[in-house]
Design a protein around this ligand. Structure first.
Ligand code: F3S
Length: 393
């Protein structure tokens, strides 16, 4: 591959893998079973990124393992209804075409594990998108570093990655023990906790004690928040996540952190605003259960603010079959596929304030999309969608 015998597209990919291997002093390469590629939105790529992808595709680069794509900058089917500019849409579709030319279907979701790209325990993979990386490593027990868009794509084209970091047993040991001494129940609570822990441990590996098992949706929120406020790519929860059951995974020198309240996390992620013109649910992308929860809450109600539930196109299809999309649309909300509030060009849509139950969304929205944010539980956000005001303000 490196000698160029399989063509210039493969040679370029292997050059990236080898360069990373040298930087991180990897002893060899490891075969990967699946890849998740981030860097799909034209908002982030710009013309330079689009050209890079086109050129690589033009050199004959083709993926050789199952590969999925992160969210794009718009709903690929309904972008006009969202108010996305024609020029942006044209460029976004050109990005998608470049990925398709490399053999990647436009799955466009940050929760590929909900739609068929579900790695097994111990499998080596090469994923980008920090929340997906965290979920794959921690909840599924697969093994991936936090890849960037180009390095993930290079792994997809070569079918390999350099064996370093979280591919190795010793790097998967916990660096911090997190003792949780307060109730953590809702998705927002898990997000607030993740925000606090991510800030504290940065790129370490936390091991949670005292955290009750409240299902994978909560773990999705926890991991996404830690990956945003810190750079956590792997965590363990005692009695819950797969590697935490095998024991001996806490490093001897691990530091202990006590969390006895979430108020500081909620305060850091909230602006003191009352009027809400947009409510965004589904960061990371919503599961079918989460869409159902929203649809049931909205039955018989009508929203005043713009309401988006962002999800994978496949999950939207399932929600449609169950009549959930219709329920949400009847209430005036939208189920938006392929995109999300951070990678869509929200700044051009005239929205200024947002409510969300996602700590990751609340963390990024002010800087990435110029929004003022209220962060709280799902019911508070839906209440805000109905009244146009943050509850209690
Ligand atoms: Fe996914 Fe976008 Fe949130 S990529 S994790 S919905 S910021």
């Amino acid at each position: 591959m490196l000698a160029g015998e399989l063509g210039p597209g493969v040679k370029r990919a292997m050059e990236i893998i080898v360069a990373l291997g040298k930087i991180y002093e990897a002893q060899d390469l490891v075969l990967v079973q699946s890849v998740q590629v981030a860097g799909v939105s034209y908002k982030n790529l710009g013309d330079a990124g689009l050209e890079f992808l086109r050129e690589w595709a033009g050199q004959g680069a083709q993926v050789r393992v199952p590969t999925t794509l992160n969210p794009a900058g718009m709903d690929l089917a309904h972008w006009r209804e969202l108010g996305i500019a024609e020029e942006f849409a044209r460029k976004q579709m050109a990005v998608i075409e470049a990925f398709k030319a490399m053999g990647i279907a436009p799955s466009c979701s940050c929760t590929p594990y909900l739609t068929g790209n579900l790695p097994a325990f111990g499998q080596h993979i090469a994923w980008s998108e920090s929340s997906a990386v965290s979920f794959a490593n921690s909840v599924l027990g697969a093994r991936t570093n936090r890849e960037g868009g180009p390095s993930a794509l290079a792994a997809a084209v070569t079918g390999r990655t350099a064996r370093y970091g979280l591919h190795l047993d010793e790097k998967r040991r916990a660096t911090h023990i997190i003792k949780v001494r307060c109730p953590v129940t809702s998705e927002a609570d898990f997000g607030a906790l993740g925000y606090l822990v991510g800030r504290r441990v940065e790129d370490g590996v936390p091991y949670f004690k005292g955290l009750e098992d409240r299902g994978r949706g909560r773990l999705k929120a926890l991991g996404a928040a830690m990956a945003a406020s810190g750079a956590v790519a792997l965590y363990h929860v005692e009695g819950v996540t797969p590697e935490a059951r095998t024991g001996a995974i806490v490093a001897a020198e691990a530091e202990t952190v006590v969390i006895d309240g979430l108020d500081e996390g909620y305060a850091a992620l909230n602006s003191p605003i009352d009027a809400i013109d947009w409510v965004s649910i589904g960061c990371p992308h919503a599961s079918l259960n989460e869409i159902e929860e929203v649809a049931r809450w909205l039955e018989g109600r009508r929203v005043k603010a713009e309401l988006w539930i962002t999800t994978a196109r496949e999950i939207k299809g399932q929600a449609q079959q169950q009549g959930l999309v219709e329920l949400i649309e009847t209430a005036g909300g939208r189920v938006v596929a392929d995109t999300c509030l951070v990678v869509a060009p929200i700044e051009g849509l005239g929205l200024r304030s947002m409510a969300t139950n996602s700590a990751k969304a609340a963390f990024y929205a002010p800087t990435h999309s110029g929004l003022e944010v209220r962060f709280g539980k799902l019911e508070q956000c839906l209440e805000a969608a109905v009244t146009g005001r943050w509850p209690g303000s």
